[in-house]
Ligand binder design. Structure first.
Ligand code: SAM
Length: 270
C-alpha cells in the first residue's frame, strides 16, 4: 500500500480510536440488547447516551466518525448552521443531487457522506433537517423501525420526509435478492396515532416513534409502453380517495400490480 499524507492521517486517527472501540462496542451492544428487550425505548436514548460518552471522553468528530463507521466529505456543520434549508438524500446512489446532502453506504461519486444508515444517522444532530428524501432504499433496510425513529429525531418539527418504496404486489420486487422487506398502504400507519389512521386501524404499540402522514400515493408503471396510458388511468382513479386505495389493495392489486408507494410524512413530536 502506498502511504500518502491522507492515509497516514487516517491511520493515526484510527489508532487513536482503537482503545475506545472496544468499550464503545460493548456499551453499544448492551444498549442494543436493552432496546430489543424494550428495557429502553428505541434509538433516541441510545444515541443520547452515546453522545454523553463522546462528550465525557472528549472524543473528536474524526474519531467519532471512525467509531460510528461513517465518513463525511463535506462541511456538514456549515450546511446545518447556514440559513438555507437542510435537505438530505438517503441511499442516493451515484446521481448528482443539486442542493442535497447525499448519503450512501457505498463510496460512489457524488456521495457526500458514506454511512450505513442501518446504524442510524449519528452524523446529524436532533431537529436539524428540513427535508429527507429516500427513494427505493427502505426495502434494503433490516432495521426499519430504528431508521424511522432516526428520521423523526433529525427532522425539524416542520420538516418532511419524501419516501418511495415498492408495493408488495410489484412482481419485480422479488427478483432483487438484496430486498429485505416490502410495503403496503398501512406500513407507515404503524407509526401513526389511531385518530390519524385510515378506516382500517393498525396497532401502533410496537414503537414509540410517531409520524403524521401528509400524503400517500400508489404509483403504477409497466415495462410495456403500450400499457402506460392504462396504468396512468388506474393510478389516477385509485388515488382519488384513501378508500379507493384501500379497496384496490384488498381486492385488485394482484390483477393490476402496483409499482410502489410515495409517502410524505412529518414527525409528530411532543
Ligand atoms: C436501488 S438504489 C436507489 C438509488 C437512488 N435512491 C435512486 O432512486 O436512484 C439503493 C441505494 O441505497 C443504498 N443503500 C442500501 N442500503 C443502504 C444502507 N444500509 N445505508 C446506506 N445506503 C444504503 C445502495 O448503496 C444504493 O445506492
Amino acid at each position: 500500500m502506498v502511504l500518502n499524507s491522507k492515509t497516514c492521517q487516517l491511520n493515526e486517527i484510527a489508532d487513536k480510536a482503537d482503545p475506545y472501540k472496544k468499550n464503545l462496542g460493548k456499551m453499544y451492544k448492551l444498549l442494543h440488547e436493552m432496546r430489543n428487550h424494550r428495557i429502553i425505548p428505541p434509538w433516541n436514548p441510545v444515541k443520547t447516551k452515546l453522545d454523553l460518552l463522546k462528550t465525557l471522553h472528549g472524543i473528536s468528530e474524526d474519531i467519532w466518525g471512525i467509531l460510528m463507521n461513517y465518513s463525511i466529505k463535506i462541511d456538514l456543520e456549515q450546511i446545518i448552521n447556514s440559513r438555507n434549508p437542510v435537505v438530505i438524500e438517503l441511499g442516493s446512489g451515484d446521481k448528482k443531487r443539486q442542493g442535497r446532502v447525499t448519503v450512501d453506504k457505498l463510496d460512489l461519486p457524488n456521495v457526500d457522506i458514506v454511512a450505513d444508515i442501518e446504524e442510524g444517522l449519528a452524523f446529524l444532530p436532533d431537529n436539524s433537517v428540513d427535508e429527507i428524501h429516500c427513494r427505493s432504499v427502505f426495502e434494503h433496510i433490516q432495521n426499519f423501525e430504528d431508521l424511522i425513529g432516526e428520521i423523526v429525531r433529525v427532522l425539524k418539527s416542520s420538516g418532511k420526509a419524501y419516501i418511495f418504496v415498492p408495493h408488495f404486489s410489484n412482481p419485480y420486487y422479488y427478483s432483487d435478492f438484496t430486498h429485505k422487506r416490502f410495503f403496503g398502504l398501512y406500513t407507515f400507519y404503524y407509526f401513526v396515532d389511531k385518530e390519524h389512521q385510515l378506516k382500517r386501524k393498525v396497532p401502533n404499540f410496537y414503537t414509540d416513534t410517531r409520524i403524521l402522514i401528509l400524503s400517500q400515493r400508489l404509483k403504477f408503471r409497466s415495462i410495456f409502453s403500450i400499457l402506460s396510458p392504462f396504468k396512468k388511468l388506474v393510478g389516477w382513479f385509485f388515488n382519488l380517495h384513501p378508500v379507493l386505495q384501500a379497496y384496490y389493495e384488498e381486492n385488485l392489486c394482484y390483477v393490476f400490480p402496483c409499482h410502489g408507494i410515495e409517502v410524505v410524512f412529518t414527525p409528530s413530536k411532543e
